[in-house]
Ligand binder design. Structure first.
Ligand code: SF4
Length: 413
């Protein structure tokens, strides 16, 4: 592979379009085909199904948006100060899942900026997880003892308005072979690193050749036992999961994948096929979902999402409390909402369908799991535990002599 290819520029933005808004001819049906016919009539099916075409034809300007969707005042005003915010980009495929008339539709809220993004609330920060402070070399975060986060690009096919890394994504400052090599050298020289999570930005926006090189370099390091890829591609550009990509990924097992998804509206036939191809390649799939106010913050929505993921062979992995990035207050819920959702899932559905609810501790404390209280206390040696219906049961615990003598409700220290 040529060095030039490894350092290729990201796909060019399509020219902005100033055509007038067209009337919306169809009710919102999740109808990707009608959307394509209407707004990309010249695109052949083979182009639409080509991930590179999807990236080249992303929707990136307010004028392009206004042609497709009836923008609300909050959406329009967000563009007046656009330089200050995360860039906007939406693949045509993902845009086809957006309701043209309803500004509250989940995918629309996750993708189209609103004026609230410009408000800074107490406790918010550019880098709430303190990643920059745990970065020994550019693009690498070493926070936990035995694993690292390798940020291989800051480019995404579509930008989520609540992105934890909104400080860096879309800025075109991260990536390229020179930077990757420094990170790989660091991993090589730290024998305690047994797990590398490749993330970004979205690593699956890199070319096959780039991914092949990166994975090959990491797999050649003897102490790297597992490699993980964090991506949203199967949801926003499922066309990326090609036979060619699968052929590359399969060479580097054990390889795991965490798929970012946030609402059942994303679970289309295209997304299903993409996940099936990955699962058929022997890649264990887990989901990562951010809890978002007004988008997925009900037990009913979250249960549909988790059940839908299981049906496409993705194990619900993490449910994140939304990180307090700058301008995120309209997305954040109280922590009690996440606990309520967890309680509404645990015991009420298969254990495989229950993700771990976590807060990524601000300042770099790492993920802290939160679960509603299930240990009520002790009665003698019996442990009193509460089940999913709120009923209390006894378990004849095997307590130490010290605990028995102590005779208190909770074990003595
Ligand atoms: S795909 Fe991931 S990295 Fe990219 S904008 Fe969304 S959350 Fe951020």
């Amino acid at each position: 592979m040529e060095a030039e290819d490894l350092n290729r520029e990201e796909p060019e933005e399509p020219p902005s379009d100033n055509e007038e808004a067209l009337p919306h001819p169809y009710p919102f049906l999740n109808n990707t085909f009608l959307f394509r016919q209407r707004y990309f009539p010249k695109a052949a099916e083979s182009e639409w199904n080509d991930w590179r075409w999807q990236l080249r034809n992303r929707i990136t300007s307010s004028s392009m948006l206004a042609r497709m969707f009836q923008l609300s005042d909050a959406e329009r005003s967000a563009f007046q100060f656009r330089e200050a915010t995360l860039p906007m980009a939406i693949t045509p495929y993902y845009a086809s899942l957006i309701d043209p008339e309803n500004p509250d539709q989940p995918i629309r809220r996750a993708m189209i900026p609103v004026a609230s993004e410009l408000l800074v609330s107490p406790g918010e920060a550019r880098d709430p997880l303190g990643e920059d402070g745990h970065s020994p070399v550019k693009g690498l975060v070493h926070r936990y003892p035995d694993r690292v986060l390798f940020l291989v690009t800051d480019y995404c096919s579509s930008y989520c308005r609540y992105c934890t890394r909104s400080r860096m994504v879309g800025k075109r400052k991260c990536g390229g072979k020179k930077q990757w090599q420094k990170a790989i050298d660091y991993i090589f020289s730290h024998r305690e690193i047994r797990d590398v999570l490749i993330s970004g930005g979205d690593p699956l926006t890199l070319s096959d050749a780039q991914l092949d090189w990166l994975l090959g370099q990491l797999r050649a390091i003897p102490h790297v036992e597992m490699i993980r890829i964090g991506t949203k591609a199967p949801m926003v550009v499922p066309q990326r999961i090609t036979e060619g990509l699968i052929g590359i990924l399969k060479k580097y097992h054990p390889l795991w994948m965490s798929i970012h998804c946030m609402h059942p509206d994303e679970l289309t036939e295209e997304a299903r096929q993409a996940c099936m191809r990955l699962a058929d390649a022997g890649i264990p799939l887990g989901s990562q979902t951010v809890l978002l106010a007004g988008i997925n913050d009900t037990v009913e929505t979250m249960k549909r999402l988790m059940h839908g993921l299981l049906k496409i062979r993705v194990k619900p992995y993490y449910l994140y409390q939304c990180d307090p990035i700058v301008g995120s207050s309209h997305f954040r819920t109280p922590v009690s909402k996440g606990l309520e959702i967890y309680q509404g899932l645990r015991g009420h559905t298969s254990g495989y369908g229950v993700p771990t609810f976590v807060i990524d501790a601000p300042g770099g404390g790492g993920k802290v799991p939160l679960i509603p209280e299930t240990v009520v206390g002790r009665d003698g040696s019996d442990l009193l535990i509460r089940n999913y219906e709120g009923n209390v049961y006894r378990y004849p615990d095997k307590v130490s002599e010290k605990d028995r003598v102590c005779g208190e409700v909770f074990p003595c220290e």
